[in-house]
Design a binder for this molecule. Sequence first.
Ligand code: NAD
Length: 487
Amino acid sequence: MRAQPKASHFVDGEYVEDAAGAVIESIYPASGEVIAKLHAATSGIVERAVASAKRAQGEWAAMSPTARGRVLKRAAEIMRERNRELSELETLDTGKPIQETIVADPTSGADSLEFFGGIAATALNGSHIPLGGDWAYTKRVPLGVCVGIGAWNYPQQICCWKAAPALAAGNAMVFKPSENTPLGTLKIAEILIEAGLPKGVFNVIQGDRDTGPMLVNHPDVAKISLTGSVPTGRKVAGAAAGQMKHVTMELGGKSPLIVFDDADIDSAIGGAMLGNFYSTGQVCSNGTRVFVQKRIKEVFLSRLKARTEKIVVGDPLREETQIGPLVSRAQHEKVLAYIEKGKAEGARLITGGGIPNDFSGEGFYVQPTVFADVTDEMTIAREEIFGPVMCVLDFDDEADVVARANATEFGLSGGVFTADLTRAHRVVDQMQAGTLWINTYNLCPVEIPFGGSKQSGFGRENSAAALEHYTELKTVYVAMGPVQSPY
Ligand code: NAD
């Protein structure tokens, strides 16, 4: 098997196996071929991983932030040196084209390690509070053992987005990747050790929805950061609340992208395509409801159709491929079912709408698909599809489109394309979402906070704000004189 790792889990600085765990087959989405066989963590592996994190965390937190940051920055350098190898593994894990993974996956993971490695020495300071004669000070202290649980669309990036701020702040982490993409994060664990991370500070264990709760409910776990769907988020946040644990929830979306008739149309089409087709549409923040002002609707659609039909769909390991397969057979079936639902509910199919002719036999391919005349009530306009399916809706009036954009349980992201500066800011100000873009879409550099509102979750990843979610404040009151007691 061409991507078989040394063992399923990475615990306390080394690969470990427990063949008693349920078999997880790693399937290359482009061919359906089994490329590795791993085992889900047994309760014994979960215990070992949490115990090693707990033991290692004290030593790690006792190091100076500068020394911790040095390790993370070295790991970022190693990831960049091995970008090609890590990107190919990410492509095998996810089916995303190498053209993307080479620029967006290990590199964004490395950005995160470099950024948090760099700010560790300055962003964790507390404050001094004068109180007349007395005074107080605050410290930012790590939470302890944190659990990261990942989705399958950006396995290496998600792992680093969680591990980098957690480790920079002096926590230890046990990370569980999605059962669909078990391979890449093991390499990140290896690289962190090579960079000088003490054994046990970062551990990877495999598993699925039965394994996750063992981590979430473990009494030695202080925090869970989940990237996943809203239903999973509800379960994890509910379990964590029962034990008063910290949580960060990075969940799903059905985000609006509003294109006004004064926008640069070609740029807006580019933004809409990136926000629907990148990673075969498997991006949480995608602008899957594209509201186009009526005056430019048909021009927008005809140019969009022409550009969409030029997209190169194919073998993700070929450099020229722009769209690869979906991650799994289950996701393939789900996306095709939504496309059929769109047709049945009366949306106008502009292009795509099924499996590409060349790929009817193997791999989980779907044509990049555009529906027009989509209405707010249609299933494809309300539910997250997580595939390359763009829904174009139309509008006349600004206030009306803002209300429709907000009429969803989700609140992850949104965007607006317009040449009118005042309108751009007025509209994003009213949009109910955690991350918004003006005249672009889906750019998430590590310097800016990312996260959702409403059912899309809470907490923020990236930027110095992420450190707040991996630390808590300790306040110390210092009396400078005798106690004044009435007793
Ligand atoms: P999912 O919710 O099915 O699974 C996510 C992870 O949770 C997996 O590792 C899974 O094994 C684990 N899990 C499932 N049930 C669990 C439980 N009860 N307790 C603990 N862990 C459990 O999501 P998915 O299908 O892997 O990913 C797609 C979803 O993720 C989409 O909804 C997408 O929008 C969302 N997503 C969000 C972001 C973000 O940053 N907001 C980023 C990527 C993906």
